[in-house]
Design a protein around this ligand. Structure first.
Ligand code: ADP
Ligand code: MG
Length: 882
């Protein structure tokens, strides 16, 4: 059946016979379907058949239930039911092709009449593509909406009346309102009046120029639900319809409170950078200036006209500074990110000043070095202070270096941190060794180290340890006594070490020792003196008695016939008395009461004269060497005393050797100046002739050495030694103003050195009287004066037995009387030297007036007191030992 296009009767569809409807119908791109009122297809154009995928023959007769999607069946029913009423129908539906695939359509239905019968004409348009596009749009809208709703920024729309039509949820976090609370309200409700004036002006402008207006961004402040102001940035644009008609405004609002704060912070910071007195320079990595602050301008007196920008930092230092920058500073910053140090900086007027510079890197976003930041601080003052400090330290150093004591500082571990010059001299370490580090314990002997540690700890804890004595240890291992003064070094009231003074007390110690030695010597001398006085006193009286014993024995023997038995008895008495006399002589010598007749002599000659006798004394087992010094000075000594000295020393050596050994006798000159005597105690300045007797015998220990000059001190067995040998030697040497020095060690021999003063006068060689030992009988008259009656009596007897006439007087007074009364000639005055009224010499002087030619002979048991005071009898005076 063919559908004829009918003229429109009612509504929109009217058929005009003249128009070739069928051709239009068949050629139309739109699909036409003609339904009967039951909804069955009666006619379809090719476009419709193509759309649904049915051949024309099959298409005819199909009903809506064959090709409408089940979801849209209701719509088709509606279409069939409603369209005949004449009301135009329009709807969208989903249809099913023959092959089952679906597609979207838009359908418009109308009712018409064909050959008197009503039918429904449906114009169908495939809208699948549009639908897809719409869906896509919807999807993108959804995306946008999601974006809007999740955005931190608030997205909004306003209508032309400035009422909110949309607000994204973030408005709540921003302003505290829910979107629905604001939708419909006016924009002005979110602003303070004054602020809204500006916003309103901008909005009005946008609305007025909406055709050319694109968008605007500005900052303002909105009110939140609590009435507080919130910093926001608003971007607004116009909202147009598809016909370019203004619908309203849309845009975003962003909370910029944080940004504002940050900006404020930066403003403050920049203010700080600008106004800090510290000088700041920022350069690029080549050292070209990008920024300087006021501080730097002030520091260098530079103009505030940006003229420094672009300059190289190298032009702000001297040659040395530039080298430092290139070789040290920049490489260090690049490798380590930082450099701190001192550099000299040039001012505008080219003057230089020292600055402390702190350099660091400013990286770019990727962390690559971009700028160098340098901060400068003028340290001229500090430098000056440093200089002053250095100077005052130097002063202090110089001063401590002048001190004769050692000045030191140690840390709490005992490491020396400072010492003065004297320390180096005293301890023998070099500067280098000191710099390598020396612990104070190293400078003490190991024995003292624990004590030192204890004392250091005590001082550190604030205790007073006084000035303890230690034994210091030099680098070369030698030692010396010291005193240590120490006090704690406090830093912020905490001990960090010790400082103090070390005093070398070697000299003090020596002086103390010396003092003790001298005191000892003095006591020794005093002891010797008192022992001597005692021994001398006893010996003197004893000697007198011996004189009497010997005298009477002599007398008795003279009157006896040797054949008589009593004769040998008397001889024994004389022998014993002789031996006793020997002993007393020695004692007297020790007590320096020996009457001597010193003569100027050459010691070499004296010794040589004795050698034979000495050899006999020491025996054949001992090898005696005699080493006479050449050009020996003369001495003035009684030669008999030299004999006594030598004999005693040789006998002692012989006893010490006990067997085979060696002995040396030596003479030489010796001069002691003050320096020598200062160093050698017991020595007296002057020129001496030295007599040395040494042996390789048993030697002596300390105890023997201390006592050996004492009379009766002996280590020998009873009967072997008298202990008087060295006492005699001592007495003799002292009497001659000399001194003795003994060197001996047990097992190692002994050396006695005897120093006799050089005789300075011209040598008047004494004539050796040839005393012929003839016993002659006298005839002359002798005036005998002696205060000891027994001696007076004995001597008178002896002289008378020899034929002399003796005038005996017991006192000098009696002697003078006797001489006055006597008529004959008196040939000789024989007198004691020491007597109560006047001494022998005064007596002699008295008698010279009466007897000008009288000869004088003095006799004495001792030479102490009067004689000893004058040391010896005048030369040429004849003297007789009692
Ligand atoms: P003595 O010889 O009678 O003992 P001395 O006064 O001569 O008395 O000597 C005292 C002591 O000094 C001796 O007993 C001896 O111990 C010691 N002495 C003296 N000379 C020597 C010497 N050359 N070697 C070792 N000891 C000596
Ligand atoms: Mg002896």
């Amino acid at each position: 059946m063919a559908v004829q296009a009918a003229g429109e009767k009612r509504g929109s569809y009217r058929l005009n016979r003249k128009i070739p409807y069928r051709r239009i119908f068949e050629a139309s791109n739109d699909a036409f379907l003609i339904f009967d009122l039951k909804g069955v297809v009666r006619e379809a154009n090719p476009a419709a058949c193509k759309m649904y995928g049915y051949p024309y023959e099959e298409m005819i007769g199909l009903s809506g239930k064959d090709f409408v999607h089940p979801d849209y069946q209701y719509l088709f029913k509606q279409f069939v039911k409603e369209t005949p009423s004449g009301k135009p129908f329009s709807a969208e539906s989903v249809e099913i092709r023959k092959d089952g695939s679906t597609f979207n359509i838009e359908v418009r239905g109308s009712v018409s009449e064909y050959e008197g019968e009503p039918y429904i004409l449906a114009v169908i348009r495939d809208i699948t593509e549009r639908k897809l596009a719409e869906e896509a749009l919807l999807e993108s809208e959804e995306k946008f909406r999601l974006l809007a709703e999740n955005s931190f920024d608030c997205i909004w729309m306003l209508d032309t009346m400035m009422r909110f039509t949309y607000l994204s949820p973030s408005v709540e976090t921003m302003l505290g309102y829910k979107p629905e609370q604001l939708v419909g309200t006016k924009l002005s409700s979110c602003f303070k009046k004054k602020e809204y004036l500006k916003v309103g002006v901008l909005a009005a402008k946008a609305i007025k120029n909406y055709k050319t207006f694109t968008h605007i961004t500005f900052e303002t402040r909105m009110l939140n639900s609590k009435g507080e102001e919130v910093d926001v940035e608003i971007t607004g644009r116009t909202l147009l319809s598809s016909h370019d008609k203004l619908i309203g405004l849309q845009g975003t609002t962003r909370d910029i409170t944080e940004r504002k704060k940050a900006e404020e912070e930066i403003r403050k910071l920049s203010k700080i950078v600008e106004t800090t007195p510290e000088a700041i320079v920022v350069t690029d990595m080549q050292g070209n200036i990008e920024y300087v602050n006021q501080g730097f301008l002030t520091l260098g007196d530079f103009d505030d006209d940006n003229s420094l920008i672009g300059e190289s930092v190298f032009s702000f230092s001297d040659e040395k500074g530039v080298r430092q920058l290139k070789e040290e500073i920049i490489p260090t910053i690049v490798s380590e990110g930082k450099w701190i140090g001192e550099i000299s900086v040039k001012r505008k007027d080219s003057s230089m000043f020292p600055a402390e510079m702190v350099c660091s890197l400013i990286p770019d976003e990727e962390g690559r070095p971009k700028y160098l930041l340098s901060q400068f601080l003028d340290i001229t003052r500090r430098k000056n202070t440093e200089k002053q400090l250095r100077e005052s330290e130097q002063k202090f150093r110089d001063m401590t270096d002048l001190l004769p004591q050692i000045v030191y500082e140690i840390d709490i571990d005992g490491n020396l941190t400072y010492v003065n010059k004297q320390a180096f001299e005293s301890f023998g370490y070099s500067q280098e060794e000191y710099e390598e580090g020396i612990n104070v314990l190293q400078t003490l002997i190991p024995f003292d180290r624990n004590k030192a540690i204890e004392n250091i700890e005590s001082v550190l804890s604030g205790k007073d340890v006084g000035t303890p004595e230690y034994t210091a240890l030099r680098k070369d291992g030698s030692t010396f006594p010291i005193l240590i003064y120490a006090s704690a070094i406090l830093k912020e009231s905490k001990p960090v070490g010790l400082r103090g003074i070390i005093v070398d007390i070697t000299e003090r110690k020596q002086t103390e020792k010396e003092k003790a030695r001298i005191e000892d010597q003095y006591h020794q001398a005093q002891k010797m003196e008192s022992v001597g006085r005692l021994a001398g006193g006893v010996a003197h009286d004893f000697n007198n008695m011996l004189g009497v014993i010997l005298g009477y024995t002599e007398l008795a023997l003279g009157t006896l016939d040797p054949a008589q038995p009593i004769y040998s008895t008397l001889q024994e008495i004389r022998k014993a008395a002789d031996r006793s006399a020997d002993l007393t002589r020695q004692l007297l010598a020790f007590a320096r009461r020996q009457t001597v007749s010193p003569s100027v002599l050459d010691l070499n000659e004296t010794v040589e004269g004795m050698l034979k006798m000495l050899l006999r004394l020491i025996g054949e087992d001992i090898d005696l060497s005699w080493l006479p010094g050449s050009g020996l000075w003369q001495v003035k000594v009684d030669p008999a005393q030299i004999d006594q000295i030598l004999a005693n020393l040789c006998v002692n050596s012989r006893d010490a050797i006990a067997g085979v050994g060696k002995m040396i006798i030596e003479t030489k000159n010796a001069t002691f100046d003050e320096d020598y005597c200062a160093e050698h105690t017991g020595f007296v300045t002057g020129e001496y002739v030295l007599l040395i007797v040494s042996d390789d015998g048993c030697g002596m220990d300390k105890e023997v050495l201390e006592n050996l000059f004492e009379p009766f001190f002996t280590t020998k067995e009873v009967g072997q030694g008298t202990g008087l040998g060295l006492a005699t030697v001592y007495g003799i040497v002292k009497q001659n103003n000399g001194f003795i020095n003994v060197y001996s060690e047990a097992g190692d021999g002994t050396t006695f050195r005897i120093y006799l003063p050089r005789y300075a006068g011209t040598a008047a060689q004494l004539q050796k009287k040839d005393l012929t030992d003839q016993v002659s009988r006298g005839y002359e008259t002798i005036l005998l004066v002696e205060d000891e009656p027994s001696i007076l009596k004995m001597t008178t007897m002896m002289l008378e037995s020899r034929g002399y006439t003796v005038l005996d007087a017991i006192t000098p007074g009696a002697a003078i009387n006797l001489a006055g009364e006597y008529n004959g000639e008196i040939h000789l005055l024989l007198t004691d030297v020491i007597m109560p009224e006047m001494n022998g010499r005064e007596l002699a002087d008295n008698l010279v007036s009466l007897y000008p030619d009288i000869k004088r002979l003095f006799m004495s048991g001792y030479t102490a007191n009067v004689i000893a005071h004058r040391r010896v009898l005048d030369e040429g005076v004849n003297f007789l030992q009692k």
